[in-house]
Design a protein around this ligand. Sequence first.
Ligand code: CAA
Length: 386
Amino acid sequence: TNMNIGIDKLHFFTPHVYVDMEELAEARDVEPAKFTIGLGQTQQAVAPLTQDPVSMAANAAWPILTAEDKEAIDFIIVGSESGVDQSKAMAVHVHQLLGINPFARAIEMKEACYAATVGLQTAVSHIARHPESKVLVIATDIARYGLNTSGESTQGAGAVAMLISKDPRVAVINDDAVSYTGDIYDFWRPNYSTYAKVDGKFSNEQYLSYLETVWTEYKKRTNKTLADFKALAFHLPYSKMGLKGLRQLLPEVDEAKQAALTEQFEASRVYNKRVGNIYTGSLYLSLISLLDQSQNLEAGDTIGLYSYGSGAVGEFFSITLVEGFKDMLADESHQAMLDNRVQLSVADYELIFQEELPTDGSQLVLSEDEEQFQLAGVEGHKRLYK
Ligand code: CAA
């Protein structure tokens, strides 16, 4: 097919409270520069009980959907590793909350932080066969390692929503993805654990090793070089990780190009530095940051994306910006959402972090928060939203 299919609109959501990384460092008796420079994180989003992965997904999507979109969407894909049920897909709740066409499919996909990428590729295949339809792809997660753990500095919460269609107004998703799968334990979360297990150093090594593998194969299959890309966007578990990935590739181009790609990288991590890791959404939050914050992207520019999901699957693919993409960006509302957040003390963050929903079927009614959608409570092992 020579049909253009890709991202028509995109938007993110993060809860309204955060903890400052310098304050967290002091509370943990760590040099603040380790978090702000060593990891490249300045703030960390915190999810109160009222904002679970379902409500965050709906909050990310509703501002970009028109009545016409809701009628045209016939497939909702939610990528997540923070599922709230082993059977029921979060996409079913999201479908109801957003008022999508009832004759739609709704599923949840999982492979650690990679799931939304396969969601995008699945959406493209679906539209190739059903050109008039639109697909809503959402990445939503809460990254939790636990208080006083080595992973605590790389937590975060948020969601990214992308509307996929033919003749997209932001970017065409090119048919060039190279994926690579290997069975490893670098980061995982057994069903009985609310916290992730991680082999931190090994996970960093594997992230870079999978990048090397898919990038080498990508160049072989496409005959492209790093010079063909105006910018790159990386999965950012913490923003320094992407810088390590970038530095691995930079020796392939001259110094002027190295400086240009590094400048684009800085734009691509502005939002992630202030949100933290949102797992499936991190790469797409970085893409949004790049599009919103970069001063020198133009229609026709190609952006390379590196997706990495522990366990592990790596994928390199590209998108090409289309005429008028700047008019489709929600840069002002994204900036306002981040700027209007409330800072928590470390003590208050710890209290919120330890709040739990009952697991015995008893009722809990949560107080109202200021977001469009929220978890209203639980009763009889069911989640209730408003
Ligand atoms: N000033 C400046 N930098 C400092 C510093 C200071 N005072 N003190 C330390 N640093 C630097 C260190 O040199 C190091 O940088 P380099 O890696 O570039 O050398 C950086 O700060 C971190 O220091 P450590 O490695 O000692 O930190 P740590 O032991 O606390 O572990 C971590 C860091 C492994 C990322 C840990 O937070 C973790 O396990 N996080 C979760 C796992 C993760 O995010 N893995 C990423 C790859 S896997 C993936 O991508 C999937 C996913 O989303 C989870």
